[in-house]
Write a protein that binds this ligand. Sequence first.
Ligand SMILES: NC(=O)c1ccc[n+]([C@@H]2O[C@H](COP(=O)([O-])OP(=O)(O)OC[C@H]3O[C@@H](n4cnc5c(N)ncnc54)[C@H](OP(=O)(O)O)[C@@H]3O)[C@@H](O)[C@H]2O)c1
Length: 252
Amino acid sequence: MLTKFGLRWDTTEGHLQFATEDENGKPIKVYRLARKESLIKECEDSLQRLGTDYIDLYQIHWPDLTTPIEETFEAVAQLLKEGKIRAAGVSNYSVEQMETARKVVPIASNQMPYSMVLRDIEKEVVPYCQAHQMGILAYSPLQRGLLTGKIKPGQEFAAGDHRAGLSQYKPENVRRTNAFLEKIKPLAQEKKATLSQLVIGWTIRQPGITCALVGARNPTQAEENAAAANLKLSAEEITFINNQLAELELVK
Ligand SMILES: NC(=O)c1ccc[n+]([C@@H]2O[C@H](COP(=O)([O-])OP(=O)(O)OC[C@H]3O[C@@H](n4cnc5c(N)ncnc54)[C@H](OP(=O)(O)O)[C@@H]3O)[C@@H](O)[C@H]2O)c1
């Protein structure tokens, strides 16, 4: 069982992550907070909610710039010693931040955004994690739905849907991405897979990537996405996809 800590809805301490509203229009502010007493409390709450004695992988959700990384990971070390967690992980951590955390406690993994159209981590984070035997949990591998091929240029999203503001969702980028997806679609069809499954299959085969965290809005999507784990892709097929990807350039 794995979970995260360090984002709090019930505080005004720490570092503001985002502000939103609940279904009744009541404002909600979410803070990054990773002070010792806060994460010890969060861990107890998680153990209770999950009905378990220990968490296999306990990850900090985002860096909290108001708390020294050392303080956070000294508390994590205490949880490890007490057997409440089995391994420590980070998420959205840079190489420098991982380096600081690793001086306090061994870090098993980093959870980072990664998809065919968002590959920033390949430059520094992936080589660092590989060099230190750390796993990478790739999140948003479908680029929040874009890589399923269903998004249309200029598509409107409901209020509060963050996709509207992402550069990958600019109409020109959606057009270019869809043109790329059309080029790999015959391969998906040949393998009796959907585009989403081909994209997920490619993602989990990238160097250093140990797992893909794929979101789903309903059970059909969840089943389709989970089945991607069984998709076999040869080195030639991966190279074919990479060659098509090399021609895809997104506008800033
Ligand atoms: N550590 C972090 O800071 C962080 C941040 C974000 C996410 N995550 C993790 O990563 C997971 C996945 O991320 P994500 O949900 O943002 O992105 P994603 O996996 O790239 O995209 C998921 C979205 O794509 C659409 N979709 C998924 N499967 C589909 C299918 N088979 N056919 C058609 N549409 C499909 C659904 O949205 P629609 O149907 O509405 O289009 C779904 O919500 C999350 O559950 C979360 O655990 C972590």
